[in-house]
Design a protein around this ligand. Structure first.
Ligand code: FES
Ligand code: FES
Length: 621
């Protein structure tokens, strides 16, 4: 990469004159965070897509990651840290965000606040549409936006943003979160926001193929030829066990692949150097030769008897199977008046949290400290100890705020690389994933293929259900065992199914590992089950909601695994609460059907009311 000449620039940041020496093409976001320590400005994508980096430049909200600092001679920049001084509305806005629950993980909050101030300074009484337009460039993965829009409107009108429930006590009362103040001040510390002085930077060399053999060239010569690069680490540098995994008995993922990579994006080596050197880092010059190999990318190819095995100890490429059987399914189907059968598929889903994985590690004597965004500090500690070959008590995990995790930050990501490097180099080592790296290498929701069959009596009583689910668990175990084992327990939905059989399989392929994602496979099962019940109700000629109310579990009925809850089962009340809206919708649909516009296509049924858009495809009747 070309080294650019540095230029001296003067600008005003949060009311203070600053002079910076930087290459003119340096992103403003980098200058704010790295040079001026204003880490309230977040970086989610570095590409102008997420809006987390929004700041004011001469009063206009802009993405700091897209502004070259060379354009800013004499400009006035305001970040979230400067809003308190520069804007009279900010105090009200912060309070409104807290009261409305508009700052959840908080990673988008600075960008939202800056955009809201830009609007309210020009338009003190915006409409809802104007608020939505003004905030439209900032993405939030936690709130669903309603609370944020309400908070901005609330700040403008000086009314409570959202009505408080009349609970009179703590139950149902909206609470201001304990760590909320830090989020609306922009002072919360996320994974990329703090690092010790003198930290080295780590970059990972990843496979460009789903499956490949590889061979390194002369790594010593590579280090010697690249000034500022201190070391390259590979599998042979892992001091303990080159293996980790969130469920210990299934641990199978290497820190660095040995001989062969099992998914596109898998790490084979790490390069560590001084920040200036690593800013110029070009992975294409790294000495590695890849030999692409035929990859298994579908469940069907992976289950063929002649398929290559991903793991020695899993000869059929099956990670785990799940099973729940209750009653006599075949006999019940023989008695059923109506039977429906279908197959549903769902694909990979990326968690897409706004905060990419980030953190630093430092060796303290013979102990290791890791500060990173994580949802699971204790399993991190166990696995880091295994990787380094030291006692768990010698590992300290310091979790930062998590800018969205949704299950994926239960697994390790950058931590194994930075700990191996910091262990050997005895210097702090920092890593921040790029958005592409985050999407490429971290766990996803399991793609699924679920065949299911359900039968009922003519009067709408569910008799039996038969489920066969296959989950593409990717190259490594992660939370695959939990997903495959949990789905059979949930695939009947919250309904009475007296005869039930659910068999599931988690299958290894040469794809990115699938892991935890809100619900551990339950959404995939539910998408199939609820759509199947829609079809069953339709075939019975009964209302889809009434069919569910008729078959809903109650305190004394047994679940598909035979468990009787005894108390607290509220599904019937929930379904009954939908009745008025459901009937209203049915009337509207029927009026529409009989209008000149023709019949409504079948589609969003009760399943749609519950789950919004189901991203599944139906394969066959
Ligand atoms: S838009 Fe700048 S970091 Fe995403
Ligand atoms: S609160 Fe918006 S991304 Fe988490």
């Amino acid at each position: 990469m070309k080294a650019y000449t540095q230029t001296q620039l003067s600008l005003t940041v949060n009311g203070r004159s600053v002079s910076i020496k930087s290459a003119p093409i340096t992103r403003l976001s980098n200058v704010l965070r790295e040079e001026l320590a204003l880490t309230g400005t977040k970086v989610g994508c570095d590409a102008g897509d997420c809006g987390a980096c929004t700041v004011l430049v001469n009063g206009m909200a802009v993405c700091a990651c897209l502004v070259a600092v060379g354009q800013l001679q004499g400009a006035e920049v305001v970040t979230v840290e400067g809003l308190a001084k520069s804007s009279k509305i900010f105090d009200r806005l912060q309070k409104s965000f807290l009261e409305s629950g508009a700052a959840q993980c908080g990673i988008c909050t600075p960008g939202m606040l800056v955009s809201a101030v830009a609007l309210l300074e020009k338009n003190a009484k915006p409409t809802e549409t104007e608020v939505m337009d003004a905030l439209g460039g900032v993405l939030c993965r936690c709130t669903g936006y309603r609370k944020i829009v309400s908070a901005v409107l609330g700040a403008a009108t000086q009314k409570a943003a959202l009505p408080q429930p009349e609970s009179g006590g703590p139950v149902g009362k909206r609470l201001v979160r304990l760590d909320g103040a830090r989020k609306v001040l922009g002072t919360d510390i996320f994974g990329a926001d703090e690092w010790p002085a003198g930290s080295l930077i780590l970059r990972v060399i990843r496979s460009p193929y789903d499956r490949a053999a590889f061979q390194f060239g002369d790594l010593r010569a590579y280090v010697a030829a690249n000034s500022g690069v201190h070391a390259v680490f590979t599998a042979q540098d892992v001091p303990g066990k080159n293996c980790f995994g969130v469920i210990a008995q299934f641990a199978d993922q290497p820190v660095f692949a040995e001989k062969e990579v099992r998914f596109r994006g898998e790490a084979v080596a790490a390069v560590v150097g001084e920040p200036e050197a690593m800013a110029e880092f070009n992975p294409s010059t790294f000495p590695v030769i890849w030999t692409e190999l035929p990859a298994l990318t579908t469940i069907d190819t992976a289950l063929r008897p002649e398929a290559p095995k991903l793991h020695e100890n899993r000869p059929d490429n099956v990670l785990v199977r799940g099973r729940v059987v209750h009653g006599d399914v075949e006999a019940a189907f023989a008695k059923a008046d109506v039977i429906v059968e279908a197959e549903f598929e769902t694909g990979f889903i990326e968690h897409a949290y706004i905060e990419p994985e980030a953190g630093f590690a430092r060796r303290v004597g013979d102990r290791m400290e890791v500060q990173a965004c994580t949802q699971a500090p204790y399993t991190d500690r166990r696995d880091i100890a295994t990787i380094l070959g030291i006692e768990e008590s010698a590992v300290r995990i310091i979790p930062t705020a998590v800018g969205g995790g949704f299950g994926s930050k239960l697994d390790l990501s950058m931590q194994p690389f930075i700990t191996v490097a910091a262990w050997h180099l005895r210097r702090p080592v920092k890593m921040v994933y790029s958005r592409a790296e985050s999407i490429m290498s971290t766990t996803k929701r399991h793609p699924s293929r679920i065949r299911c069959k359900a039968g009922a009596t003519r009067d709408g009583k569910l008799l039996a259900m038969d489920v066969c689910g296959e989950f593409n668990t990717g190259a490594y175990a992660s939370w695959g065992p939990t997903v495959a084992a949990r789905v059979p327990l949930h695939a009947s939905g919250p309904y009475k199914v007296p005869n039930y059989r659910a068999l599931t399989t988690a299958v290894h392929t040469h794809l990115v590992p699938a892991g935890a994602f809100r619900g551990f496979g339950v959404p995939q099962g539910t998408i199939a089950q609820e759509q199947l019940y829609d079809e069953l109700a339709e075939k019975l000629g009964v209302d889809r909601l009434e069919f569910r109310i008729q078959n809903a579990l109650d305190n004394e009925s047994a679940t598909c695994s035979g468990q009787v809850m005894g108390e607290g089962v509220g599904i019937r009340a929930c379904l009954e609460a939908l009745r008025a809206r459901w009937q209203e919708g049915r009337r509207a649909a029927s009026a529409f059907n009989s209008s000149a516009q023709g019949p409504l296509r079948r589609g969003v049924g009760v399943a749609g009311m519950w789950y919004g858009l189901c991203r599944s495809s139906r394969r066959a009747d």
